[in-house]
Design a protein around this ligand. Structure first.
Ligand code: SAH
Length: 244
């Protein structure tokens, strides 16, 4: 079983997203995904393994953000996929926006090693970077702190935790986008304190739907208004143990 570029094309076309991909990008994205699924047989990366599931939950769910990123992720910008796991949503950004430098970040070294193999298989080694580390450490390291134009995070942590992990990675004026499900809207409502402490502002909360699923999903987009206090992020584990 393998995902062909034609299957990706059909799915993106049906969803009205095909125009966001350069014409030659789908074979590489299919190779990335198929390698990830092969590695998944021996290393737990994702629970979605059937073609239809992978198309819906990884490829489409990642690609629905592209219209929102269009005015933001411009050539030369640096974006990071925080808690990339099996490489999504980052891989879709790499395919769709080759001139954006995308970093796949995860705390689990084995996952990052697997993703390096997937990038190699896609033929993208020079286009994307990988980084092993906890976002708390990356955000406290002066070499990487406040050095990205954009942060994306899907299914990593509660929204307030994502704010503490993600906003310190951004330059002032940069953007963070978090994929959330309906049950997390309540937490977004409770994030005013975290936003204030981290100098972030929610500029968009956009609803979207995955085909065939009657669930509301949202992209929450945050803009960074000013430098983050050196207090944040707190030490490893503290953001999730005691969210702001
Ligand atoms: N974004 C992927 C994976 C979600 S699973 C997807 O949507 O399918 C969450 C991933 O985040 C795991 O791989 C985990 O190792 C990573 N992660 C959790 N906390 C992290 C942290 N503080 N820093 C870096 N990575 C983290």
């Amino acid at each position: 079983m393998s995902l062909t570029p034609e299957k990706l094309q059909e799915a993106f076309e049906k969803a009205g997203l095909l125009a966001y991909f350069p014409s030659d990008s789908l074979p590489a994205l299919a190779r990335f995904t198929n390698r990830m699924l092969e590695i998944n047989e021996s290393l737990n990366l994702t629970k979605w393994t059937k073609d239809e599931e992978v198309l819906t939950h990884h490829l489409l769910d990642s690609a629905y953000v592209l219209p929102l990123l269009k005015p933001l992720a411009s050539p030369g910008q640096k974006w990071v996929d925080l808690g990339t796991g099996c490489g999504f949503p980052g891989a879709v950004l790499i395919a769709a926006r080759p001139q954006v430098e995308t970093t796949l970040l995860d705390s689990v070294a084995k996952k990052i090693k697997a993703l390096e193999e997937c990038l190699q298989n896609a033929g993208w080694p020079g286009r994307a970077k990988t980084l092993t580390g906890r976002a708390e450490e990356v955000g406290r390291n002066s070499l990487t702190r406040e050095s990205w134009d954009g942060v994306m995070a899907r299914a990593v942590a509660d929204f307030r935790v994502i704010l503490e992990l993600g906003v310190p990675l951004l330059r002032t004026g940069g953007h963070l986008v978090d994929w959330i499900t309906e049950d997390q809207l309540e937490i977004v409502d409770k994030s005013q304190r975290a936003l204030k402490l981290l100098a972030g502002k929610i500029i968009k909360c956009e609803e979207y739907h995955l085909p065939g699923l009657h669930q509301r999903r949202y992209f929450v987009m945050v803009e960074k208004l000013g430098k983050t206090s050196s207090v944040y992020p707190r030490a490893v584990g503290k953001p999730s143990k005691n969210p702001l």
